[in-house]
Design a protein around this ligand. Sequence first.
Ligand SMILES: [Zn+2]
Length: 184
Amino acid sequence: MFEPFDITHCDELIEIIPKKCIKSRIKVELKSLVKDDTIFLSTNLQVNESQVNESHKLTIQIEDKLYKSNNVYTFKIHDMYPFKAPDIKINGNRYTTFLRMNNPYNLKRLKTITNLDCLCCYSIVGCIPLWKPSFKIENILQEIRTYRMFRQTILYNLFFEKIKERFGLPVEIDLDGWLYSCKK
Ligand SMILES: [Zn+2]
């Protein structure tokens, strides 16, 4: 069960985590994240009592309030954190799946929009391990938001292509520009 993160109980929560290096690092991150009013922060500390030893797994949950998206991101913190990136899920699905774009047309659109060949190879937690201990959950949050925007733009482009096709409009007509110029 996830509990809303309560800054006044931060020390108690941190105290249960066994690894010293994680403790101080997580504390700093949680204290910074809780100040961000574009997210809702909660945590879940699971205790696994096996016969060999007792282990605690901390999962941080972020509900994204930016643009009222209400997407839920979970970050499972490893014992090796921050030397190993957390396991990330978006709305219950693995982030690595979100990063994979197999459709050649979408990859072409991505290249046109962002000049990137794919999302996975440029992600800090993607197929090429670009993760560094100096990266924080905050950086992953920023990446998720940026990549989500890329995917959204690709989707809009797809809609525009379909509209042009449907109404026999010339391909060079700038529906995209028209849409944004109408925003006042
Ligand atoms: Zn890739």
